[in-house]
Design a protein around this ligand. Structure first.
Ligand code: GLY
Length: 400
């Protein structure tokens, strides 16, 4: 094992033993680090129209235009930090970075319009409501719903791929939150049916008997039949891409919150069980659960952050207290590691991101062992969910 990996493992094993009091302290420290880094990033970007996407521990942000799928996460991160620290500066930055995405309300070319607009304008509307934000969200939902084909029963993910005719990726579940919101806030009630049908198709066609998930399902638009089950970002078609699995846990949990349909709770639990049953000792997944070079394979801290946030919601759902306890303990295990020196970025001025050791697209050799803005977004969301839970229940140890 290489020296860096041995150090990572050592730090990870230490973090497994973190107790609840330590975790509480570390969560508050991580939030302060997140605020410092986000404020620095906001200052650094100034008035340019771009948004941050990825960075190395010593590097600068790689920035992207508002049309990139990741554009909503930095504004959303600022809104979430504002909800905790309530400083006028954070609110000001959250507003100005959110405004950069205004044109994307008319983007009908990608399912990611849900990610982009609900993380930015959705958080804006939650924390600083306005008629302008409301209308932008409703138009964004219209753009997203335009990609639904009733013959397939799903929203198309990507256009113009040579490999697939009507690809739907498991990540797409996350976009449904915008449609559920719109159906409750002045948009057509039919958006709720669109979102529910999409989630049912994902349940039927992406989730395997063992609770793991296929990344890409391609459909025949005439018959609505499944043509292929493959991967774009995982190790192989039959393997389990860690972030895809995390999207499934988060997505089905959110769909259950919105519908109270027990089928979605069961599926959230099945996908969560797969996730937590296949984690390494420190709770941070390798980029694919079946990566051939485990334990030397890169981790994906973003998948850990997404899953931690999802588990902190899932542990409040249903009536099975044993499961609830397990999900909470697993979330605390993941957060114990992500708030440790092994994963938490060590401060400005060199570092830009918040969470180190995330992997964007391993098969294409892109964004390996970096900070990713969506990892940072869901990490902060998980820290805030942890704080909310702690105010409702006494601290518990974070080991499993
Ligand atoms: N939704 C794209 C990704 O998770 O990389």
């Amino acid at each position: 094992m290489k020296t860096a990996q041995m150090w990572l493992l050592g730090m990870a094993l230490l973090s497994v033993q973190v107790n609840a009091q330590d975790l509480g302290t570390r969560v508050q420290h991580a939030l302060a680090v997140a605020r410092d880094h986000a404020e620095l990033t906001a200052r650094m970007l100034g008035d340019s129209t771009t948004l941050p996407r990825s960075s190395t521990p010593t590097g600068r942000w790689v920035t992207v235009p508002p049309s990139d799928w990741t554009s909503g996460f930095f504004p959303g991160l600022l809104w979430n930090l504002y909800s905790w620290f309530t400083t006028p500066a954070l609110q000001h930055d959250a507003k100005r970075f959110t405004d950069r995405l205004t044109s994307q309300q008319n983007n009908t070319r990608t399912h990611d319009v849900g990610f982009m607009m609900f993380c930015s304008f959705g958080n804006a509307q939650r924390l600083s409501p306005s008629e302008t934000y409301q209308q932008i969200l409703l138009q964004s939902a219209r753009s997203l719903a335009s990609r639904f084909d009733p013959r397939v029963g799903s929203i198309k993910s990507w256009d113009g791929t040579p490999r697939w005719g009507y690809p739907v990726i498991v990540d797409n579940l996350m976009n449904l939150e915008l449609l559920f919101w719109a159906s409750r806030n002045g948009g057509p009630a039919a958006y709720r049916d669109v979102a529910t049908r999409h989630a049912l198709a994902t349940l039927a066609n992406h989730v395997r008997p063992d609770g793991s998930t296929f990344h890409v399902v391609d459909y025949d638009t005439v018959t609505g039949d499944v043509v292929a089950r493959q991967t774009a970002q995982g190790f192989s078609d039959g393997s389990v891409w860690a972030r895809g699995q995390a999207w499934a846990v988060y997505g089905f949990t959110m769909v259950y919150r919105e519908t109270h349909d027990e089928r979605f709770l069961k599926t959230a639990q099945r996908t969560a069980d797969y996730f937590v049953n296949h984690l390494p000792a420190d709770g941070v997944p390798y980029w694919d659960f079946e990566a051939p070079d485990i334990p030397d394979a890169p981790r994906d801290a973003s998948a850990g952050a997404i899953a931690a946030s999802a588990l902190l919601e899932l542990c409040t759902m249903g009536t099975d207290t044993v499961r609830q306890h397990r999900y909470r303990v697993e979330a605390e295990l993941i957060l114990g590691s992500l708030t440790s020196a092994a994963y938490l970025s060590q401060g400005p001025p060199a570092a830009r991101g918040i969470l180190n050791h995330a992997t964007g697209n391993h098969p294409h050799g892109l964004e390996i062992d970096v900070s990713l803005i969506y990892g940072d977004y869901y990490f902060v969301e998980a820290l805030l969910r942890y704080n909310r839970l702690m105010s409702m229940a006494p601290p518990r140890a974070g080991s499993r």
